[in-house]
Design a protein around this ligand. Sequence first.
Ligand SMILES: Nc1ncnc2c1ncn2[C@@H]1O[C@H](COP(=O)(O)OP(=O)(O)OP(=O)(O)O)[C@@H](O)[C@H]1O
Length: 624
Amino acid sequence: MALFPQGLTQIDKRCANAGERAVLHQLKRCLSDDYLVWHDVPIGPKARQPDFVVFSPRRGLLILEVKHWAWGSLRAYNRDSVELATARGLVTVAHPLLQARGYALELNEVLERDPALIQDAPPFRGKSRVPYGWGCVLSNVRRKQVEGTDFAEVFPDFKTLLRDDLSEELDPYEFEKRLWGMYAGWTPQALTLPQRDRVRWHLFPEVRVQQASLFEAQEQTAPTLALPDLMQVMDLQQEQVARTLGEGHRVIHGPAGSGKTMILIFRAQQLAAAAASERPILVLCFNRILAQRIEGSLRQRGVDERVQVRTFHGWCQDMVRTYQLDVPQHLAGDAYFAALAETVERAVARGLVPGGQYLALLIDEAHDFEDAWLRVAARMVDPATNALLVLYDDAQSIYQKKRRRFNFASVGIQAQGRTSILKLNYRNTAEVLALAMHCAQGLLADRPATDDQMQAVQPSSAGRRGPLPVLLQAPNVRAEAELVAERIAQALADGRAPDEVAVLFRTRQRMVLVAAALQRRGIAVQSMATPGFRAFVWKRPSVRLMTLHSSKGLEFPLVVIAGLDALPWKGEPLDEELRLLYVGMTRATHELVLSAAGTSPMVQRVHNSLEAVALQFAEQEAHV
Ligand SMILES: Nc1ncnc2c1ncn2[C@@H]1O[C@H](COP(=O)(O)OP(=O)(O)OP(=O)(O)O)[C@@H](O)[C@H]1O
């Protein structure tokens, strides 16, 4: 069966009439697995919305317009327009074939501008490799009704499907052949997977993977007209998950780097565009830097302030201000935050803070939320939409003081039958992911679970390759700081920008020496250990020194994890510290460097894992 990235049930619900539904059914019944079918989605730069887009790597792109006109209502027709008798009187509309042809030619023009999709051999040198075609379906007109009329002169048989072509009795192969007959061009070679993805990139700007940049969040860069060499789009599973989110509660489990935040941003953008109501949409996460990243990405995509992005505690502070709640003022630090959350929880339970305030609520990194926070969040969604999206990865839960046996129902989230699982990690190279997984063995074991429980999902690598991670070992902290600074200086000399580098630490204390060693080499630094530090200024180019905890949700081309010997920190359980290390390692998009002063069981563990991973890749190369 063809793949319907918007979900069959959802398309069925959105079909405008019985005709579209019959076409959907026939496409589902007759087309084989390699076809992709979209219904009524905006395509191309002008966001046209044809009824159906059918795409196959063997056959190319086909645009179908469906009209459920009764034969008796067609009063007149010519090649440009059709005159219809309707309840509103006579109405003249564009000929559906003209409409479909216009969309198809427009798309072909876009594809022909992409050198990677151009044929290089005669007879079609310079033309797009993607065959294209168009047709119309008059789903309420039978062949015998048009016999003996001039219908076929205006609706050529090879471009027009009638009700007879939608019959259950029709041989699927015959139906497929009818579709092939609608194509204007033909290339003997099937498209490769990267070419197929390039076509999706051109067709659907909303599924393009845009590298989420903290820096662009502050400084808008001018849009570039050149096409990127590497066109990244959501994979088909991501697209399917993203497009089928719909209303009601939804849960997505996915390991580090599998595109959860990307899907959240897609969804927030879609909700904002579709919402007729003025009610705000709320995005919640735990840490401030991630909130900044998400907000930046949304604003970059033109989503306005109606989508609010807050950390859970930031949102609690909003509630305290708005509803004049009392939080004990003598508290500070963790005690203050706990009291803040409890105050808001109580106020929501008593109705002092009204529930249902948000049209939709999206929670990133929900594994860092306490049960009570999730309960509060679930109550803040408008019951009319119930639109709550929860993104979860148990392996990355680093703020839970005690491991919980989690159950979504107990916090008011209906996850049954509403859960999707992503498995592919796109962020890291195969080498970085292999090391992160090797070190975190045990935490990541696939755990079968019902929809209602949290699931542990093992990531699989999307296959991008890079250098093996390295471990720098020094006799003491001073020497370690020098080694780290030297390594970063070398990376900058080789062309890395300071913004592309983050150094992660278990605690702030260890940042001081590394910051000084970098500054001595003339490298600009922003460090969380600087007295009075409040937030990073993302538009100031510099290497960033941050805690492992605050690196959550972020990514950098070069990540250094310094002070490995400080893990586990002061009697913290080993498993929890391994989780933290896993989060840190999976921040690296290209290169990962680890460093330690002296040795410790953790340093030894990483050392052993590195050897095992190096061997694994050497064996793989030998096989190739
Ligand atoms: N299909 C894809 N093709 C290429 N890159 C992708 C794809 N999906 C996601 N990415 C990239 O992978 C990176 C990780 O995505 P994202 O931050 O959304 O993951 P995540 O699941 O939220 O990760 P984490 O839980 O570790 O924060 C991003 O740079 C994103 O652009």
